[in-house]
Design a protein around this ligand. Sequence first.
Ligand SMILES: [Zn+2]
Length: 131
Amino acid sequence: MRVSFLYHALGVREQECSGIRYEDKRIILQLQTREEKLRCPCCKSKDIICSGSHIRTIRSVPIGSKEILLELKFQRICCKTCGCIRQENVHFVTGKQRYSSKFKKLVVELSRIGTIKDVANHLHVSWDTVK
Ligand SMILES: [Zn+2]
């Protein structure tokens, strides 16, 4: 999948797509940060070693009636410059949230024209997520 599509459709700019799965009403994209974009989350140094990773599923904005899920590989980074050992920062996910910043923005926009229940039903998420 093209990097420009990921950016313009989903707000993803530093990751590459390594696979796509189609499941019922969902499209699942497997993403990982491009190697040249990986850097230390503390000092921003590129002098790093990747030591392990884990996958988190992040909800993104729908395309048509299809839910978009991002299976995002988070690298654990050891920095040779400052000694920091941390999980990489991904620009479109805040903390441990399970949705992208673009999804959050869509919820806010839809909340202006509908109730919390309407938005939750439309996006197939819980009332609590919208609230
Ligand atoms: Zn560092």
